[in-house]
Ligand binder design. Sequence first.
Ligand SMILES: Nc1ncnc2c1ncn2[C@@H]1O[C@H](COP(=O)(O)OP(=O)(O)OP(=O)(O)O)[C@@H](O)[C@H]1O
Ligand SMILES: Nc1ncnc2c1ncn2[C@@H]1O[C@H](COP(=O)(O)OP(=O)(O)OP(=O)(O)O)[C@@H](O)[C@H]1O
Ligand SMILES: [Mg+2]
Ligand SMILES: [Mg+2]
Lengths: 163, 163, 165, 165
Amino acid sequence: TRSLFSKTFEQIRENFNMVFTRLFEGGKADLVLLDERNILESGIEIKARPPGRTLKSISLLSGGEKALTAIALLFGIFMVKPSPFCVLDEIDAALDEANISRFTRVLVEFAKKSQFIIVTHNRGTIEASDTMYGVTMEESGVSKLVSVKFAQEEIERQRRKSS
Amino acid sequence: TRSLFSKTFEQIRENFNMVFTRLFEGGKADLVLLDERNILESGIEIKARPPGRTLKSISLLSGGEKALTAIALLFGIFMVKPSPFCVLDEIDAALDEANISRFTRVLVEFAKKSQFIIVTHNRGTIEASDTMYGVTMEESGVSKLVSVKFAQEEIERQRRKSS
Amino acid sequence: MYFKNLVMQGFKSFADETKLEFEPGLTAIVGPNGCGKSNISDAIRWTLGEQRPTALRLSKMEDIIFSGSEARKPLGMAEVSLTVTNEDKKLPIEFTEVTITRRLFQSGESEYYINKAPVRLKDIQELFMDTGLGSSTYSLIEQGKIELILSSKPEDRRFLFEEAA
Amino acid sequence: MYFKNLVMQGFKSFADETKLEFEPGLTAIVGPNGCGKSNISDAIRWTLGEQRPTALRLSKMEDIIFSGSEARKPLGMAEVSLTVTNEDKKLPIEFTEVTITRRLFQSGESEYYINKAPVRLKDIQELFMDTGLGSSTYSLIEQGKIELILSSKPEDRRFLFEEAA
Ligand SMILES: Nc1ncnc2c1ncn2[C@@H]1O[C@H](COP(=O)(O)OP(=O)(O)OP(=O)(O)O)[C@@H](O)[C@H]1O
Ligand SMILES: Nc1ncnc2c1ncn2[C@@H]1O[C@H](COP(=O)(O)OP(=O)(O)OP(=O)(O)O)[C@@H](O)[C@H]1O
Ligand SMILES: [Mg+2]
Ligand SMILES: [Mg+2]
């Protein structure tokens, strides 16, 4: 229905800007309905300006900036109608160290109200998590879940190995 | 021309399998012309089987396996007609630590005959490189190249910070 | 509503029965390339009623059954069970604990259960419909797909907004 | 053939004149998200004759000119020069050192030079045509695009094979 969509859209728009400015520590983001008179079918344009830059087409954003902007929008939508459970597969892959820590600060807050599962290779994300499961393929071609404690030791071993 | 393409195709096919088995430490890869009678227009199918697995559609491969397979194919094509200069932007993003070291071993070999530039966030790739350039944006919105020595110190500082 | 556990058998690379207990808060799933992490996320998506093979990285749905390895024969069936608590009755069903099970046989036949009672796929999809866990959703993000919302056409990205409405 | 250096000015986020000296072997370009690393790779691609705005992440070619920041005004021109040695005469041209320069003005006008002599874009593209550095090539891989060769249709991926033939 028109008014339901309109109300939801406004909420998402507000949330998007709020999460964006938290993840980018500044800047501004917006959502624009391309056809104001036909909101039930109109396309939605995304505007995003990291701090210190001038507003340009989002195609010009860097790989990491695009990922962070997409994450801000997804969280913005999620806030309107949070699902009890969320599975994210390597959405942090393009983020550098500084952005990982801003991302995990927001992620941890969301994880207080819903269960979040994130598949990740990133040390910062792993450190921010409450629980960790390791998956291995000792026997080739067959996956096995390893105990959390073992995974924790594995991470420690990796950390010592790379320092 | 038919025979030129056919000859090139066979070389790429052979190279692809060779680089693939080096990067995966086993397994097998192949290229198949879908229409043998029309090789100047035929589509090309990619088959890839990591070690220990059974051969299935390449869509089932994991993110890291797909990246490594694509890298093997690209290097296979490159070997036929090496360009003097190659620019790779974050092609190692999906690779785990073990795959990064196999990848860099092959990359370093190729870099002996051509100049390779790789944009990367990965420590293993950075350690394998001969030269490093840092890019910063101290003044927001304006990029600046920093001296190699400074970038080296920055990496050392990052390394000490995360251990 | 709270997710309790996931049990997989014969599902993609999880040949043997594997149980994953869910905890509150943030859980990280780690491991080397190709070990099976994304397959776990596929299992959750499949059990909630995903019908598009491409959303599960398959060319056809039967490819979801463990197809063998060097040391093992292919299996004839894939089965995944997802157990959730339903104290807050967020799921429109009487039970305080709900286990949904989905099976696919090599023959192409499918079976679906809610708390051991045979149901249709539609019943499972409708059960989760209002929770934000419907299949084209903002709460299950596939690997490599995060940027799609930015690069997609303005009309194509609407569905996520509509899902939240 | 050996790449000697790249000089950028007014190109995307490189507002000030920036010179990058190329070394033999493997060079890593590092830095935080959004600092300008991929813009360097765009500069090389653009100078070699790339004409598709999408291959440079632009909606229109004029967006390639530094468009200002909080502290700086936009510039009126983008210019990039690429200098290569040509001792082995791999480039079909008499010089042992070749500098190609490409300029784009806010007005939409373009200028191209080879060793300071004005030429057409076509001349630059043809110069590099047989080196494996043509614009839809296997030696310039854009960020996020590595998997495209696997996910593309069988007919679409042919061009890389043809490029090497
Ligand atoms: N039906 C099947 N039978 C057996 N193995 C399968 C089946 N389907 C997928 N696989 C295997 O599962 C592996 C992929 O697992 P998955 O995508 O979960 O990896 P991942 O842990 O997410 O890795 P990455 O970190 O690279 O993303 C592939 O090697 C594939 O061969
Ligand atoms: N014409 C322009 N004028 C000013 N700034 C620009 C222009 N074009 C692009 N930029 C800026 O350049 C930045 C992107 O740079 P680039 O893509 O090189 O980042 P990167 O270092 O590759 O980052 P990542 O690690 O995230 O991929 C963006 O923030 C964008 O705003
Ligand atoms: Mg994966
Ligand atoms: Mg980049």
